[in-house]
Design a protein around this ligand. Structure first.
Ligand SMILES: CC(C)(COP(=O)(O)OP(=O)(O)OC[C@H]1O[C@@H](n2cnc3c(N)ncnc32)[C@H](O)[C@@H]1OP(=O)(O)O)[C@@H](O)C(=O)NCCC(=O)NCCS
Length: 169
């Protein structure tokens, strides 16, 4: 299978925060942001694999900054690493300052998808070759995150998580 680059799966979506999507403090409801990120990430996964991809886990979400009502929100999703049938997608979330138009990084998240066939069975996917410095850093750290996710899901014994263990030795 021919390798692809992260830029080939880059998916950018821009949308506004409307009143029905906020919490009582008039900031974007967390579940709404999760859904928007899931959608962008699934398009990214589809672009890399050209397969149906299902969300297997949400490995990390950092709601560092509230996103106020009326904000213009841009999501950038990209494949950071592929494994045999699964792939990790990084999503960066930006908001746009109303007056200056400057972008502020609001949040980020890491999702794992699995490519499946018509019966939902995992299928092999093309490898990825990171190009930029940040793509290389995210690629490097992805195996640790996969092992942590599998350990937390009870699908891997902590003893087998060699990359994770190496962090502490
Ligand atoms: C995700 C799913 C296809 C995995 O099926 P499975 O039978 O567990 O398949 P496997 O054990 O062979 O795992 C397939 C891949 O997923 C990875 N994986 C499974 N669970 C994972 C987790 N919690 N975190 C990270 N990776 C995970 C495995 O490591 C494997 O990766 P690899 O082939 O790249 O090494 C299956 O659990 C499923 O269909 N889940 C529902 C998905 C869904 O509906 N999502 C929307 C939620 S509403």
């Amino acid at each position: 299978m021919q390798a692809k680059t992260p830029s080939e799966s880059a998916t950018i979506t821009t949308d506004i925060v409307l009143p029905g999507e906020t919490n009582p403090l008039n900031n974007l409801f967390g579940g709404e942001l999760l859904a928007r990120m899931d959608r962008a990430a699934s398009i990214s996964a589809r672009r890399h694999t050209r397969r149906v991809c299902v969300t297997a886990s949400v490995n990390n979400v950092a709601f560092n900054n509230a996103i106020p009502l009326g904000s213009v929100v841009t999501l950038e999703a990209k494949v950071s690493r592929t494994f045999k049938t699964s792939l990790e997608i990084f999503i960066d979330v930006w908001i746009e300052d109303r007056e200056s138009g400057n972008r502020l990084k609001a949040n980020e998240a890491i999702y794992t998808f699995v490519a499946v066939d018509e019966r939902g069975k995992p299928v092999e996917i093309p490898p990825i070759i990171p190009e930029t410095e940040i793509e290389k850093q995210r690629f490097e750290a992805a195996l640790r995150r996969k092992q942590l996710s599998l350990v937390l899901a009870g699908k891997m014994k902590p003893d087998e998580a060699t990359e994770l263990k190496a962090l502490f030795s």
